[in-house]
Write a protein that binds this ligand. Structure first.
Ligand SMILES: NC(=O)c1ccc[n+]([C@@H]2O[C@H](COP(=O)([O-])OP(=O)(O)OC[C@H]3O[C@@H](n4cnc5c(N)ncnc54)[C@H](OP(=O)(O)O)[C@@H]3O)[C@@H](O)[C@H]2O)c1
Length: 351
């Protein structure tokens, strides 16, 4: 393994690059070093370079120039996702590993191209889906065998609309070119967490979606029933466009020998309640575990996984791979098509 930190070239120096990725990279100086930047509006890349102690000579005028620079070992791209396919294609051609933001792409066709392209190259390509790295996943997965066979689940992530949300002000979010707009922007996170906990893919979905807020630019709430692999059935509810209401997050997994109740609502420690018993009228055996996620949740672990895969030049180590992320967008795609057909069950497409 190389002892030098990986030199990171940032492509897109907007809110999330500045507020989250840069501080994480700066907190890991033995693994990463911010070394180059390109942004459509150059002044913002220059401002970012100052913040990141990037040499001015490494503020580039184009993606091509950044990719051609031999002082860049790894690309960190944070762009509106309609540019993901083009950016990944160029990075792979230049032989540079890349981490690029979720959702995987703006359309399922582009996502399919990305899977095809990344299947065919040994270069690590990571979709930045930090919800796959939540502590809750391993904690729940180690308890799952105790509740027997999974019968069903119910997942709910709902919250109020915040006018102060700075992400909301970005024009590409308000006029989305990516399917689902806010529903895929945030929904893929929820689906990553849910499917990774269950260890199951969705087969079909029957959904109704609706636009509540004009600012969302597209439907922004989703209520659905789901058929998952192995005959498991469930519900998936997502939306942050409501009036004043507590931000609620919960997953209940119902099994033949018990249940797991995961509460990830805002403003309190997260908790996992394990309730055992084949029937309800036996003495309860209940354990409750409370824990905190990292702040910001999942991102440090995501970058540790990125470092391992890139430094070992082994794409099989990438946890948030394009194939997995295709599935999250495919679920949103199926949900939107289902809603257009009045809630008819729609098969979730494969890459
Ligand atoms: N994982 C997460 O939890 C999370 C959270 C937030 C965001 N994200 C992702 O991060 C990415 C960036 O989001 P953000 O919130 O940081 O948005 P943002 O502040 O609007 O940043 C977008 C960046 O892309 C650039 N850009 C916009 N249109 C472009 C174009 N046509 N060609 C080239 N560059 C263009 C912008 O350049 P200008 O300066 O010229 O406008 C800006 O620097 C998105 O993919 C988003 O989904 C992920």
């Amino acid at each position: 393994m190389s002892s030098n930190p990986l030199r990171v070239g940032f492509v897109g120096t907007g809110i999330f690059a500045k507020d989250v990725h840069l501080p994480i990279i700066q907190s890991q100086p033995t693994k990463f070093q911010a070394s180059a930047a390109f942004n459509r509006t150059k002044a913002k890349a220059e401002e970012f370079a100052t913040l990141a102690s990037i040499d001015n000579a490494h503020v580039f005028d184009s993606l091509d120039e950044l990719l051609a620079n031999e002082d860049v070992d790894l690309v960190d791209a944070l762009l509106p996702v309609e540019y993901n396919l083009e950016t990944i294609t160029k990075a792979v051609k230049a032989g540079k590993p890349i981490i690029i933001e979720k959702p995987i792409a703006a359309t399922l066709e582009q996502a399919r191209e990305i899977v095809k392209l990344t299947d065919a190259t040994p270069i690590p390509v990571v979709i930045a889906e930090q919800f796959l790295f939540f502590n809750a996943i391993s904690k729940i997965r180690e308890k799952l065998p105790q509740i027997g066979e999974i019968i069903s689940f119910t997942y709910r992530s709902t919250g109020p609309f915040y006018t102060s949300n700075k992400y909301l002000a970005t024009s590409w979010r308000r006029n989305p070119k990516h399917i689902g707009g806010f529903l895929s922007d945030g929904g893929v996170h929820q689906l990553a967490l849910l499917t990774e906990i269950l260890g199951l893919e969705f087969e079909s979905i029957s959904a109704l979606t609706k636009q509540v807020r004009e600012e969302s630019g597209a439907d922004d709430i989703l209520f659905s029933t789901v058929k998952a692999a192995g005959g498991v059935i469930g519900t998936f509810t997502y939306g942050s466009a409501f009036g004043a209401v507590e931000k609620h997050g919960s997953l209940v997994i119902f099994g033949t020998k018990g249940s797991i109740i995961f509460d990830f609502s805002a403003g309190k420690p997260h908790s996992i309640k394990l309730q055992l018993g084949e029937v309800g009228d036996v003495p309860d055996d209940i354990t409750i575990e409370e824990f905190e996620e990292a702040n910001p949740p999942g991102v440090l672990s995501e970058f540790e996984n990125l470092y391992e895969a890139v430094s070992k030049k082994d794409k099989s180590l990438v946890k948030a791979n394009p194939r997995k992320n295709f599935h999250f967008l495919a679920i949103i795609d199926a949900a939107l098509r289902s809603s257009k057909q009045g809630g008819t069950a729609i098969k979730v497409e494969q890459p």
